[in-house]
Design a protein around this ligand. Structure first.
Ligand code: PMP
Length: 440
């Protein structure tokens, strides 16, 4: 028995994995990752796989980056953990300043305040609660959120309530907040974008219920977990205008798109639109440690400051034990430093262009329905020829030394932003051969 087989047997006896059907889990021959080097994962039997999805869309600089390793080690020697309740600490302050300096600029308010959380979902929870409390503290309670069809904002109940991914979310419907669902501008119905339809639907929803809406929440430019549904900047322009016209906040969820993934620091920059609240996570620490944040506009923050004559406290009663953990903040600071010094955004934009070119012949294959891409955020949708076609393509790529994951029948490519040319070639050639094997 290989070492992997032994570990998988122990795993099967003790572990419950996320998003995993355990009746078939071991049959899928899971990879038991032992270590990683740059963009490579290495399993306990010594097999190497190019990590084509940056772990879970997070390891933007690859694994084992010396600067991030050193920053975490140095921070560990000073302060491992301390609470943000009643105390503060230097990496948390420095990171907040760095994030504010990097925040998107354009139509909309400057983002001047940082609230931390632990992962993407908890950043979304915080943003939703901030938006609702903002409404109560600036006028009157507006208990509804506008959410988009196919949206994915995480797995906690608030985040699920503003989601629109039927497979992931329908089971929890009876538990959820009351929301207003509108069409997705990236919907592929009839093989066409539905940007104009979606804008019209958002306008109608706001005309009807706008006075009930505390926030509109959008994954800007690309709905990731939906299967990489990109949309036009015009939708974000319309969402900004409508939020302003009806006194609602605009939330951009940049958990997947932030930190260079789309070829710019923020997806919002493709449209020149700034939201009132921006959630981010994933690549913030280069994928090393769990950290997320909500960037907030000053007018939102200001509504939480006590005023003479208040009858209720304006405090945001929300936070977690590990909020702004110093090790995570130190990793994030090192990541942002490397991103700046090595022009990682420029590298990401070039890598995206190169991938786009290399994928042209793949897109032309009869079994490939569409290749959707913004920067290095890519979905390759294949025609279903069985129950798990996307999965089978990923399995065939794995046999060629490339690790990929599907979203349904869309194969996701989200490599480290600094991937070298040879590895990029391997990534696409393995996908190309895998598509031929499964759909040829
Ligand atoms: N929002 C978006 C847009 C995401 O893509 C994700 C995760 N894929 C989340 C929120 C949730 O983040 P996490 O898994 O870190 O809770």
């Amino acid at each position: 028995m290989s070492t992997s087989a032994e570990w998988i047997a122990r795993d099967a006896a003790a572990v419950w994995h996320p998003f995993t059907q355990h009746a078939t889990w071991t049959g899928d021959d899971p990879v038991v990752v032992d270590r990683a080097e740059g963009p490579w994962l290495i399993d306990v039997d010594g097999r190497r796989y190019l990590d084509g999805v940056s772990s879970l869309w997070t390891t933007t600089l690859g694994h084992g980056h010396p600067d991030i390793d050193a920053a975490i080690t140095a921070q560990l020697a000073r302060l491992d953990h301390s609470t943000f309740l009643g105390t503060t600490h230097t990496p948390g302050i420095e990171l907040s300043e760095a994030l504010i300096a990097l925040a998107p600029k354009g139509t909309g308010p400057d983002l001047t305040r940082v609230f931390y959380a632990g992962d993407g979902s908890s950043a979304v929870e915080a943003a939703l609660k901030i938006a609702y409390q903002y409404s109560t503290q600036t006028g009157r309670s507006r208990p509804k959120f506008v959410r988009l069809e196919h949206a994915y904002h995480g797995d906690t109940l608030g985040a699920v309530a503003v989601g629109g991914h039927r497979l992931f979310h329908d089971a929890y419907k009876p538990l959820l907040l009351d929301t207003i669902g509108v069409a997705s501008p990236g919907d592929r119905a009839n093989g066409r974008h539905r940007g104009a339809v979606a804008i019209a639907e958002l306008q109608a929803a706001m005309r009807r219920d706008g006075d009930q809406v505390c926030a509109i929440i959008v994954e800007p430019m690309m709905q990731g977990a939906a299967g990489m549904f990109d949309h036009d900047a015009a939708y974000l322009v319309a969402a900004r205008e409508l939020a302003d016209a009806y006194g609602a906040l605009l939330i951009f969820d940049e958990v997947a798109t932030g930190f260079g993934r789309t070829g710019k620091m923020w997806a919002a920059e493709h449209a020149g639109i700034v939201p009132d609240l921006l959630t981010c996570g994933k690549g913030i620490t280069g994928g090393y440690l769990p950290l997320s944040a909500v960037l907030a506009a000053e007018h939102v923050y200001d509504a939480f400051l006590a005023r003479p004559g208040d009858t209720a406290p304006r405090t945001f009663f929300h936070g977690h034990t590990y909020t702004a953990n110093p090790l995570c903040c130190a990793a994030a600071l090192a990541n942002l430093r490397v991103m700046g010094e090595q022009n990682v955004i420029g590298q990401a934009a070039r890598l995206g262009e190169r991938l786009g070119k290399l994928l042209e012949p793949v897109a032309a294959k009869p079994g490939v329905l569409e290749v959707r891409r913004l920067g290095t955020m890519i979905g390759v949708e294949v025609a279903a020829v069985g129950e798990r076609t996307g999965f089978e393509v990923c399995r065939a790529a794995r046999e060629r030394g490339v690790w990929l994951r599907p979203l349904g029948d869309t194969v996701v490519l989200m490599p480290p932003l600094t991937l070298g040319d040879d590895e990029t070639d391997l990534l696409v050639s393995a996908l190309d051969a895998a598509v031929d094997e499964v759909l040829g």
